[in-house]
Design a protein around this ligand. Structure first.
Ligand code: NI
Ligand code: MN
Length: 218
């Protein structure tokens, strides 16, 4: 079996594999780059949030109301738990298994309102998929290469609120992922980036997905 990784626009990603559907940072409604709306996605098993900025939380509650389990930093998970939603709180450095899916939480250098900002490594069908969330470049990224063998990494490149292309190139090298999908760019003018220039500099590892496009890992 293979893993299907779909880019839905901005930072929103849908992973499908091992019979599970996992949504990360589901900002769709109000997202000018969204390839679909929450109603188009159907049932998902889990929503993973990297942090609670509006351009990531988005439609989280839409999916939790339909029975998805929230996975995120402890303080944020507790907040959703108080609202009656299923949740799995964790913290940076930890690994959990939710409905048979291994999820590792790593760091992100950014700000947020609740808890802390994080990145994830999700294991599906024996593949390791990294979502970096919103982050600046940090030396800790070098540790990922040592502890993981990441097949696909979603990295922000839009600058201003996250790494820009130059830092993201260094992050790609440090993380050591086989393929890099740029995210968090061109959604609005302040994060406009020449993605073709980024991809050319990155070379073979670059995997530019337009919102709505998918990549199969097998
Ligand atoms: Ni943010
Ligand atoms: Mn953001």
């Amino acid at each position: 079996m293979s893993v299907k990784a779909s880019y839905l626009g901005h930072s929103a990603v849908l992973l499908e594999g091992d019979g599970k559907r996992i949504l990360i940072d589901p900002f769709l409604n109000g997202n000018p780059s969204a390839s679909c709306q929450p109603e188009d996605i159907g049932k998902v098993d889990m929503v993973l949030l990297t942090h609670d900025h509006e351009d990531h939380v988005g439609d989280t509650e839409h999916f939790l109301k339909k029975g998805a389990t929230f996975v995120g930093i402890y303080e944020l998970a507790t907040k959703y738990g108080e609202q009656g939603y299923k949740n799995e709180g964790m913290n940076i450095g930890g690994t959990i298994e939710v409905e048979g899916v291994k999820i590792h939480m790593s760091h992100a250098f950014h700000t947020c309102y609740t808890g802390d900002c994080v990145s994830f490594i999700v294991e599906l069908e024996g593949k390791q998929i990294h979502h970096a969330g919103d982050t600046g470049l940090s030396m800790e990224m070098q540790l990922l290469k040592e502890f993981f063998d990441i097949d696909l990494a979603f990295l922000p490149i839009g600058d201003r609120f996250t790494m820009g292309p130059k830092s993201a190139l260094k992050a790609a090298e440090w993380i050591g992922a086989k393929k890099i999908v740029p995210i968090h760019y061109n959604t609005w003018p302040p994060i406009a980036v020449d993605v073709n220039d980024f991809a050319a500099k990155l070379g073979d590892k670059a995997l530019v997905l337009k919102p709505g496009e998918s990549h199969e890992l097998s």
